[in-house]
Design a protein around this ligand. Structure first.
Ligand code: 3HC
Ligand code: NAI
Length: 692
């Protein structure tokens, strides 16, 4: 049932019922139109209340129907709103919990609106790269005024209903039961005529053109590569400057333009990708989850401290275990300092500061953490040390506790084998800084239990991370791919680029930071350490030696005051380095390479297609569950440009045959072996298919 119809005295009540958030899909729209028509024909009915079942009034157009014929099938959202607005009996929207997008547009088409406190009111379409397409840009300014409406439409952010209580959006706020209040309100207005319509109101704003021009300038400066925010301003401007029906036409035209843009498709892909990532085909939604009321972290270093903060921020008590009092004190002091900085910036209240600091404790004793529901190990990246820790955890932790490792490269199955309970062992790979970065790779060992996975996936949502499940392999999804990207970056230096040219090309493409600036930030010694291991374990893999030469010069990056770039004291700004440039040129000469001018297009293609090719292998091997999971890893953890939707989505938009053609070209150059195409990529391209 997508909407229910009931008559209560002389009032008909239509209840949207399309879980989870009463999206206005085709079936729901049809049911509401049918309900309104039935109510209009029934002489005993004097007024109509529209409300929503469950946890929303309505979350808006059913985004699952986007790009399908159902999205536009009649009755469209426009038709539904017309039927409501032109009804000869009063229609009252009874709003609670969530009233967003098309849901708010439907409410604006009603003659009256009554709301409970705490409902989230929003036109969030801009976050999906579109604009409100069913009258929202025309009706909201008529009830909220130009400025407030524009802010809501351009930001897409929700506003609590009680904050809008004094505006013309709401005729009444409901105390107590919403439906009882709505029925009483409906009885009161049942006989009143004419019926008020939002479309008949005027948008009053002195000097609206001055305000709109200022808004265009501000929004243009903030919108980056996304076209939607400026189009939102255009649509709202039409509400101020044109008659209602003409404004609607402008809105429609802009909506249809935006829906087709790659930027909007990328944003919608990311919206669904984030939700899809929390699902595994063989772990059903109703898998029981273990209660996580207390957490322990082993190691108070760079990662341990940041990891602990995530739980304190979510109100979960954490105990950090260290070997030495000194290391523990240092770790706890760093955490405190981090919170103090946030407090100073005014981003945390004193009360929250104390609450969070108070939730983090320290210990040197395993007995003190034995009862924790989850323990996350973040000690040195050394199998011997991990072995000691996991053996000890196996001895002391209570039955049913989840034992997680934050390892970034080691074999999780070997770590699990140090315990007598491999089913309870899982990887929780946080990214540095762990309290800031959104990504959490959840590493599934061969024996990791389904309820452990379900628990960690639910927990990742609670600590506001994008959790993506990865199988076990060297580097998991993200670092395994970045390795190929970094290799290409190194080869480009030998062949003719400077670090700044590579960084600039990739940053112009939209990456938050190019590979060399990133290396200087994270520490070039980390990669050096990993490569030294690889030279022994996998000598067949070719790397540019420039990064090793850089480290041999002691240029580890910002932490040593010099890296790929020069730095000045107290300043993080990178300056191109003559020393580095000389080193690169000398090294290329030693290799007998004639350096050439390399285009930005080649730089971007080589870096991004290297990611795509490795990702295709990761997908084929089942390390990632779906292509969109890989995109989520790159969007939330590696600064891949959101408007390009992630590496897989981007490759799809370029077209896989075109990607392959470019790769074949690069395979003819030095290190051609790096361009051996992944079988899945070849197969999809040949079949005319895409990753997503
Ligand atoms: N249509 C269909 N399904 C929706 C939906 C929608 N509009 N909004 C959310 N859902 C689904 C999600 O996909 C998810 O499904 P799943 O459980 O199967 O994965 C489920 O609802 C729960 O979503 P969340 O995990 O996000 O739950 P939260 O409680 O954290 O948030 C929410 C709920 C605030 C409604 C949030 O989902 C949200 O912001 N949704 C997007 C709302 C939106 O953008 N609406 C505008 C749609 S476009 C439109 O209306 C066009 C019109 O102008 C013409
Ligand atoms: P770190 O060197 O900053 O911290 C490690 C801490 O563990 C130190 O404080 C040390 O005293 C403590 N420690 C060592 N052995 C211990 C033991 N037996 N018992 C208790 N405490 C012990 O290291 P970092 O960078 O925090 O890395 C930790 C883990 O996280 C490693 O596995 C690393 O690969 C992984 N990781 C690191 C990332 C990074 O960017 N630094 C990113 C993602 C994962």
């Amino acid at each position: 049932m997508s909407a229910e119809y009931q008559v209560n005295g002389q009032i008909a009540v239509i209840t949207l019922n399309n879980p989870p958030v009463n999206g206005l899909g085709h079936a729901t729209r049809s049911a509401v139109v049918a309900g309104v028509q039935q109510a209009l024909q029934d002489e005993a009915v004097k007024a109509i209340v529209i409300t929503g079942a469950g946890k929303a009034f309505s979350g808006g157009a059913d985004i699952k129907e986007f790009n399908s014929p159902k999205a536009l099938a009649e009755p469209s959202l426009h038709t539904l709103i017309n039927v409501v607005e032109n009804a000869e009996k009063p229609v009252i929207a009874a709003i609670h919990s969530v009233c967003m997008g098309g849901g708010l547009e439907l409410a604006l088409g009603c003659h009256y609106r009554i709301a409970s406190a705490g409902a989230q009111i929003a036109l969030p379409e801009v976050k999906l790269g579109i604009l409100p397409g069913a009258g929202g840009t025309q009706r909201l300014p008529r009830v909220l005024g130009l400025e407030m409406a524009l802010n809501m439409i351009v930001s897409g952010n929700p506003v609590a209903s009680e904050k809008l209580a004094s505006t013309a959006l709401f005729d009444q706020m409901a105390d107590g039961d919403l439906l009882i209040a709505a029925l009483a309100f409906a009885d009161k207005v049942a006989g009143l005529r004419p019926l008020p319509r939002v479309r008949d109101l005027r948008v009053d704003y002195p000097n609206s053109e001055v305000f709109l021009q200022l808004s265009r300038d501000t929004v243009a400066a903030m919108a980056g590569p996304f076209p939607a925010p400026l189009k939102c301003v255009e649509a709202v401007a039409a509400a101020a400057n044109k008659k209602f029906d003409d404004g609607l036409k402008v809105e429609r035209e802009l909506f249809l333009q935006l829906v087709q843009t790659t930027e909007s498709k990328a944003l919608r892909h990311a919206f669904f990708g984030e939700r899809a990532a929390s699902k595994l085909p063989d772990v059903p939604d109703d898998t029981p989850i273990r209660a996580i009321k207390t957490v322990a972290v082993i190691g108070a270093g760079t990662m341990g401290g940041g990891i602990a903060m995530n739980f304190a921020n979510a109100g979960i008590p954490v105990t950090i275990l260290e070997m030495q009092q000194e290391a523990l004190d240092k770790g706890l002091a760093t955490i405190r300092k981090n919170y103090e900085n946030t407090l100073k910036k005014g981003k945390l209240t004193q009360e929250k500061f104390e609450q969070r600091v108070g939730l983090i404790g320290g210990t040197l004793s395993y007995d003190a953490i034995a009862q924790a529901d989850l323990v996350i190990e973040a000690v040195f990246e050394d199998m011997g040390v991990k072995q000691q820790v996991f053996k000890r955890l196996d001895e002391v932790m209570k039955t049913g506790a989840i034992l997680a490792s934050n390892t970034s490269t080691l074999d999780l199955d070997s770590i699990a084998a140090f315990t007598g309970r491999p089913q309870d062992v899982v990887g929780m790979h946080f990214f540095s800084p762990a309290n800031v970065m959104k990504l959490l790779e959840i590493v599934r060992g061969k024996q990791t239990a389904k309820d452990v996975l379900a628990t960690v996936m639910a927990l990742s949502k609670k600590i506001k991370k994008t959790g993506v499940v990865s199988g076990v392999c060297d580097g998991f999804i993200g670092n395994r791919m970045i390795e190929q990207y970094s290799r290409q970056a190194g080869f480009l230096l030998e062949e003719g680029c400077t670090p700044e040219q590579v960084d600039k090309a990739v940053e112009n493409f939209g990456f938050a930071m190019g590979p060399f600036r990133m290396g200087d930030l994270a520490g070039n010694d980390i990669g050096w350490y990993i490569r030294k291991r690889r030279y022994l374990e996998q000598p067949q893999i070719g790397y540019s030696k420039t990064a090793d030469l850089l480290c041999e010069m002691g240029r580890f990056g910002q932490k040593s005051g010099a890296g790929w770039y020069d730095y000045q004291a107290g300043d993080r700004k990178p300056y191109p380095s003559q020393v580095v440039s000389d080193m690169i040129i000398r090294h290329a000469a030693e290799l007998g390479i004639t350096r050439r001018k390399i285009s930005d297009q080649e730089i971007v293609e080589r870096l991004v297609y290297a990611l795509v090719n490795e990702a295709a292998r990761i997908l084929e091997e089942g390390i990632a569950t779906r292509a969109s999971d890989i995109d989520m890893v790159y969007l939330s953890g590696y600064g891949f440009p959101l408007h390009r939707g992630g590496p897989m989505f981007y490759a799809d938009t370029v077209g896989l045959p075109k990607v392959l053609t470019a790769m074949e070209e690069y395979a003819r150059g030095r290190h051609g072996d790096a361009w051996k195409a992944a079988p899945l990529l070849l197969k999809l391209a040949a079949e005319g298919k895409s990753f997503n």
